[in-house]
Design a protein around this ligand. Sequence first.
Ligand SMILES: C[S@@+](CC[C@H](N)C(=O)[O-])C[C@H]1O[C@@H](n2cnc3c(N)ncnc32)[C@H](O)[C@@H]1O
Length: 191
Amino acid sequence: MKIRESGMPAENLWEHFFDPRKILVVMGFDHSIANAVDFGCGYGTFTIPASKLIKGTIYAIDIEEKMIKRVTERASNENLKNIKAMLCDFILESSGMEDQSMDYAMLFNILHAEKPEGLLKEAYRVLMPEGKLGIIHWNYNPETPRGPPMDIRPRPEQCIKWASDLGFKLESRHNLNPYHYGLVFSKPGGK
Ligand SMILES: C[S@@+](CC[C@H](N)C(=O)[O-])C[C@H]1O[C@@H](n2cnc3c(N)ncnc32)[C@H](O)[C@@H]1O
């Protein structure tokens, strides 16, 4: 079941709203990360640069076949061997990732879902103890050039509450100018 308002504009339009590599560095992507998962990877806007920052494999999941094809094509064009793009509906099925197998879970521009808690729960399940969760989303400001309608667009405080209720610990908050905010959480150790 595709998440509401999760259709994408053309790739070049979408990608001019971000500086993905810069955002990923701010959000804690570096060589200490072995495995990462990008929930709802879209065109691979963040998957591709993330694959160059981590030491392991990034799993890119999307419900749209054309997105999976595009990520695979981009990985192949750049000869990136550490990207696994997978067609999957992570709302109706599980993401297919093993329990406690990931160092980093990305929920980027996706938490305006009907049931965001379900997605956060799946991220919690697949993360190793002390693994990181990164959330980015459009600022809660109707003047952003895109983004979900305001009535379903989550405020950072709302994301913090959802994640904290599940046991995530907020590590840092970021202003990802010009249009986004970022939140980094950790999963407690030993769980
Ligand atoms: C707004 S886009 C964000 C893409 C990417 N995270 C980014 O920030 O560039 C949301 C993506 O989630 C995907 N999606 C929506 N519902 C999904 C589901 N149930 N399972 C897997 N992917 C889904 C859409 O196809 C779309 O590519």
